[in-house]
Ligand binder design. Structure first.
Ligand SMILES: [Zn+2]
Length: 194
């Protein structure tokens, strides 16, 4: 079983890739991919022409979808990750994200992934690749706030060619600022609202 060591906050963290691979092979994850791809097709993106679909699985195992919604005032645009996390909170309250999936591409790109391919896609660690779409800085903050400090919360992205890539929120936001920094808890331990 492959293990690697990552460094976050000056502390070594052992990451077990075998376990993460296994985690990606369940039906809930396939559902996340399906609903995010479907949500991307509903993107309201007449300005950027860049459609983003996102899905999260909450700690209770429920799956939600969101897309980007642009507005002519620009600053009132909603990003897909914010949209999906707000939907999760609307339904379940302030719960933790177990994992997040993202697909983003120009609207005229049909990201080629078929249902029967989903469980066979390899998961690889995030390379530095400008063609991959990861959450923007604004959304990394939003994602982090519902991770309960779990830096290994998986964030997956689908490339335009249909390959699946994995990073962790600790990779994407290595020196975070969150409610913990000001002594606030959104919920009690165990995921209930607090
Ligand atoms: Zn964003």
């Amino acid at each position: 079983m492959t293990q690697i060591t990552k460094w976050w906050g000056g502390q070594p963290q052992i990451v077990n890739l075998g376990r993460l691979d296994q985690m990606s092979l369940d039906e809930n994850f396939a559902e996340m991919i399906r609903v995010a791809i479907a949500a991307r097709k509903n993107s309201q993106a007449p300005y950027s022409k860049f459609g983003v679909g996102a899905a999260v699985e909450s700690e209770s195992g429920k799956v939600y979808a969101g897309c980007n919604v642009e507005r002519c005032s620009y600053s009132q645009t909603t990003h897909a990750e914010q949209n999906v996390i707000d939907s999760m909170v609307t339904t379940e309250g302030s719960v933790r994200i177990r994992r997040l999936f993202l697909v983003g591409a120009l609207l005229d790109v049909d990201v080629p992934i078929l249902d029967h391919d989903i469980v066979h896609k390899p998961v690889v660690l995030c390379p530095c690749n400008n063609e991959l779409v990861w959450p923007c800085g604004h959304c990394r903050q939003i994602v982090w706030e519902n991770c309960d400090g779990v830096i290994l919360t998986p964030v997956y992205t689908l490339s335009k060619s249909g390959d699946l890539f994995l990073a962790h929120i600790g990779d994407l936001y290595p020196f975070p600022f969150g409610p913990q920094n000001i002594g606030i808890k959104y919920r009690d331990e165990g995921g209930q609202n607090g």
